[in-house]
Design a protein around this ligand. Sequence first.
Ligand SMILES: C[S@@+](CC[C@H](N)C(=O)[O-])C[C@H]1O[C@@H](n2cnc3c(N)ncnc32)[C@H](O)[C@@H]1O
Length: 277
Amino acid sequence: MAGSDVTGRAGTSAAPDDPHLAAFVARVYDGEHQGDEADIAWALRLAGGVDGPVADLGCGTGRLTVPLAAAGFETVAVDRSPAMLRRLRTKLGRHPAAIRERVRIEALDLSAWDTHENRLSLALLGYNTFAALLTAEAQRRCLGNIRQALRPGGMLALATAAVAARVIALPEGFTREVYRRPAPELGPGVELTRRDVQRWTDETGQLRQLAVIYDVQEADGGRRRHQYEYAVRYTSRWELEHLLARCGFDDVQVWGGYEREPFTVEGGLLVVTGTVA
Ligand SMILES: C[S@@+](CC[C@H](N)C(=O)[O-])C[C@H]1O[C@@H](n2cnc3c(N)ncnc32)[C@H](O)[C@@H]1O
């Protein structure tokens, strides 16, 4: 999953604001992450090591939430995107009541999420949700809220892209075909192509702006395009370590993958955990 290709793992996007576009992105989201199961195994393993409720923060369509609930973990699923949460509700609707009832959905911005005083055992910030927090202040507020939500002994686990210098230096307009795949979720015979385009990098603000372009090819030859832009704030390994310590986490550990691989920036993935004393 952690790619060594120039832009890291396929996709990561804060859901777009436009409701139609957001609904489209939510609809194709699970299909574009098919085969990305390492983080699901990671979430299940971490949840299995604690006793008590888990939070999936920036849960999206519930790629982590649904397997967690199905495995028996009481899960709080938080996201600010109504389209993503609709998708999660639809997916949960296909499961028995016992699984559905283990999930509490909260439609909230993470920088304003503070409703679980000392109760949670594990808080997961899945791949690149943290990167959608675009200022140091929003990051600090989010981590501070998580710290408050965790019980003593509770753990935060966060996964984000490790951004190498060559990614920061990509020229404006650099385009990468992320995939070309059958998209049955859009109809029989539909083919979907996703391209990510580098817009700009602001090294001072540690921001990258990307465009995501989806080309839909219908079975009858019809074509349509959906396109949106989003920014991510990249963080370095040491910055994250210090930030977690500043926000009150102990025993901060850094890995390069979901199986505790050693960290290298070239590996493309930064996995950090911290606990509450
Ligand atoms: C890259 S997706 C990850 C979704 C899911 N965790 C997964 O791994 O499939 C990031 C998600 O975080 C959500 N998100 C981004 N910023 C957020 C914020 N400030 N508050 C709440 N949700 C946020 C987006 O709406 C999106 O669903």
